[in-house]
Design a protein around this ligand. Structure first.
Ligand SMILES: [Zn+2]
Ligand SMILES: [Zn+2]
Length: 109
């Protein structure tokens, strides 16, 4: 199912063109600061050209250093948690294997 793009006046260049809603793809801000893209009540409807320009502008925005540092910290914490969870799973599998083998041996013996 492909939605037909809406043809209307672009919020940037004011030309009548097929428009796409601009959705910033950066994450929410952990430090509670807001950037230009978050501050908007409503994201603009842009033609493909303005959309790409806007995307480039967003990608080139360095962001707030504190916010970036905190985001990096959380990413690392998540990776650590995933590693711990994987190890616990492996240990559980081993213990279950031992329990099953013991049970079987008892039944056979
Ligand atoms: Zn435009
Ligand atoms: Zn933002």
């Amino acid at each position: 199912m492909t939605a037909q793009p809406l043809e209307a006046r672009c919020d940037h260049c004011k030309q009548t063109r097929p428009l796409f809603l601009y959705e910033p793809d950066h994450d929410f801000h952990l430090t509670g600061i807001t950037c230009e893209w978050c501050e908007r009540d409503k994201q603009p409807l842009l033609c493909t050209r303005c959309w790409s320009t806007e995307k480039q502008r967003e990608n080139n925005d360095p962001g707030d250093p504190t916010d970036n540092a905190m985001a990096a910290f959380f990413v690392r914490a998540c990776e650590n948690n995933a590693r711990i969870a994987a190890r616990e799973d492996a240990e559980r599998a081993v213990l279950e294997g031992i329990a099953k083998a013991t049970e079987q041996a008892e039944r056979n013996g």
